[in-house]
Structures are given as C-alpha cells and as structure tokens.
Design a protein around this ligand. Structure first.
Ligand code: CA
Length: 410
C-alpha cells in the first residue's frame, strides 16, 4: 500500500497507521485530525466538503475538543472512517488532491489531550520490572510477591495527573524518610520516569458486567505512549500497605495520537509462557502481545541528547486483554476514554530497563551523558522523550513521541 501523498520513508505516520488526535491552530478551533506523514488531515474540513457524508454523522462530532463522542460511534463506524481515509490517501485519483487546505502541517498545530479521561488505571505487568523493583524496595530473595504471577497487579491513578506531550511540571514535594528514620517534607531527590504503553477504552460496560479475554479487543479503541512520572523517595516511604499515592499522581504524560487497534493488528505476537498456569478467566491462547520497539531519550538543559534505554513491549508478562478481563471480573464499570497503562516495560538486559530506578540501580550506578555529566535520577530542566514504533518489512506504524520536562520545585 503506497500513497500519492509525500510521506517521509521513516515516518511513524505512514499510510498503514491513520491515528486519531485533537489539534488546533491559530485559525482552527480544537477538532479531530488524522496524522499522515508530517501533516494532519482536518476531519471537520473533510466533512464540510461532504467527503464523509456517506457516514451520515452530526457535523458537530468533528469539532469536539476530545475524541470521546467520535469513539462513541463504535468501532463499526470509526474503523470504516479510518479505512475510507486510508483509501483517499492511496495511490490513484483522490478528491483530496484538489483540496490542499484539508492538510495542516503538524509543526503549525497544537496537540491536545485526545480524550477526556474519566478513570486511569496503571498495571504492573512487566515481570522484569517487578523483579528489579522488588529487589530494591523489598527482598532480593523474594522480589515477586506471591500474587504477582496469578493476577495483573494494578493501582488506580488519578486522571487529573494526565497531561499532553510537551507539558512541563514542577518537581513535586512530599514526605521523604530523612535521618534517624524520621520523615521530612522536601522536594523529591529521586524523580524518575516510567516507560509504558496505554490503551484507551472505546466502549463502555455496564455495572456488574465482566469482559472476557476474547471480548476485550472490541473494548479497546487504541494505544498511546505513557510516561508515568514517579518520585521514588516519596513512593518508598508511603506505599505500604496500599500502594502508590502521592509519589505518582503529580504528572503522567501521554502521546497525542491514538494508534488504533486495527493499525497494530499485524504486529501481534505471542507473549511469554505463563507458569504457573493462570485461572481460566485469564487464560488466552491467541497472540495478544505487541511487537513494538520502545526508546527513551534524555535531553539536558545544556543540550545533551542521549538514548538511555531501548526495549520492546513484547516482553510484557500480562497482556492488555488479560488486564481488561481482570479489571472487570468483579463487575467494575469502564467508560469510553478510560486510560489503562501497562506498567513500566523493562527488558532483561542492562540498557533495556524502563526507569532510572532500574537503569542506575537506585542511583548507585549513575548514567554518564555525552557532555560528561551524570544522572542518578532526573535533574531540573531535564526532558524525557519516549518513542515507539512497530516495524514489519516495509510497513511502519509509530506513535510519534511523548515528551515532558521537569521544572524546579515551587
Ligand atoms: Ca507505572
């Protein structure tokens, strides 16, 4: 499949992708767009020239500041719209060629949070990450707690913490264990990132309803990159016995384009063997992991730019279908726009870990940056940029980036 549109060869937003997002420009209010190459197709404008009229939609649906109403049309509609846009971009005659004003340069657009996120859940589904953290926070001999291989552990985050790529935040303050095992109130000295994927719920469930692993896919609209910023010293003091609280709910950054499940269909892959066997409601034989390359880049105030980790989401022990099945096994209701994140994704080797905590062994082995400075954890004005893409021969489907910057404590 090739396009008449000029798309850079290594673009994340190839004709195979067609991700949805919300953008605005000085002349265009917030509305729905589709990324293609270095541009955005304005769907409100596309509808205004009647190219989407076969779908018989309320025109207002494209002028929304979030995708929630659009997603609410259901996959049977949104998937057809995506296919139709793909067809308009394929080689051959296309009415789009006569309407250059439908295209907006991404560099001229401001991206917004793509959905109104009602609830946010963060899982803990990478075994490598759970073992690394368990060793440092608890007991090296018993890094995994007894429940870990039987259920996808998670905590409820706060949707108010979620910010769009490019947003900055101040280093948080909190209770930290100080001298003589007594707490002090201070700015975190162990500010960290967590490399994660997130999925956006595309269909609501009812109170009391469970979603099986085989039904789960129809409830997932698509995926984003997630950086679950974490304050390790606050987290370590507060997390027992109820889990993460203020060490994690100050900032969570997501990428602006939602890559649909349909675009990732051909990148599905078998996950790790689960031993011991899981309970029947979590059992799944289908390929439910995704072969997505992930990367984290740090940029310092002095301009040092360096890749500090590379990994792949195929390593996740628990897949998204099991996560959703477990989340709803008690009848918990889910809503359109809910964000579920996978938890930090770490590989097995040094250099493939998804957090500074693991990369630097809790600060004991600092990372050396190209300019000669070192990092145990993040410093003020550091930016973290995460990238993700799935590649198969000549086909690339990418997420673009999620970036965030640390400002000094207030
Ligand atoms: Ca996390």
């Amino acid at each position: 499949m090739t396009s008449w549109k000029k798309i850079p060869e290594d673009s994340d937003f190839s004709i195979h992708n067609i991700p949805f997002g919300i953008f605005s420009t000085p002349r265009r209010t917030a509305r729905i767009g589709v990324a293609i190459g270095e541009e955005i197709i304005d769907l409100a404008a596309l509808n205004a020239i009647h190219l989407l009229e076969d779908f018989e939609l309320d025109p207002g649906i494209f002028y929304q500041p979030t995708l929630n109403r659009f997603i609410g049309l259901g996959k049977s509609v949104t998937s057809k719209i995506r296919n139709y846009i793909q067809e308009l971009l394929m080689d051959g005659s296309s009415p789009l060629k006569d309407h250059p004003a439908l295209f907006v340069k991404q560099s001229n657009a401001t991206m917004h949070l793509p959905v109104e996120i009602k609830d946010y859940t963060d899982f803990y589904s990478s075994m490598e990450h759970a073992i690394n953290v368990g060793k440092m926070f608890r007991d090296p001999e018993n890094a995994l707690l007894p429940n870990w291989k039987h259920l996808p552990v998670a905590y409820h985050g706060r949707s108010s913490s979620i910010m769009i790529s490019g947003a900055k935040f101040n280093r948080p303050k909190g209770q930290i264990l100080g001298p003589h095992q007594l707490p002090v109130l201070a700015a975190t000295k162990k500010l960290d990132f967590e490399l994660e994927l997130g999925f956006i719920i595309g269909q609501e469930s009812n109170h009391g309803q469970t979603i099986s692993t085989s039904e789960a896919e129809q409830y997932i609209f698509g995926f984003v990159l997630v950086n679950d910023w974490s304050a390790r010293d606050i987290q370590k003091w507060e997390y027992v016995p109820l889990g993460p609280f203020l060490g994690k709910n100050f900032a969570t950054s997501i990428s602006p384009w939602i890559v649909t499940s349909e675009a990732l269909e051909t990148f599905k892959i078998k996950g790790p063997v689960q031993d011991p066997p899981v309970l029947e409601y979590l059992d799944i034989s289908a390929n439910a992991n995704f072969n997505i390359d992930l990367e984290v880049v740090i940029r310092s105030m002095s301009g040092e730019i360096q890749t500090i980790t590379k990994t792949n989401s195929r390593h996740l022990y628990w897949n998204v279908r099991q996560q959703l099945a477990h989340h709803t096994i008690n009848g918990c209701k889910i809503n359109i726009g809910d964000l579920m994140a996978t938890g930090t994704i770490s590989g097995q080797e040094e250099g493939s870990f998804g957090s500074m905590l693991e990369l630097t062994h809790d600060g004991e082995k600092p990372i050396r940056l190209s300019g000669g400075t070192t990092r145990s954890f993040l410093e003020d004005y550091d930016s973290i940029i995460m990238k993700g893409s799935a590649i198969d021969k000549d086909k690339k489907v990418g997420f673009g980036e999620v970036e965030g910057q640390v400002l000094p404590a207030l």
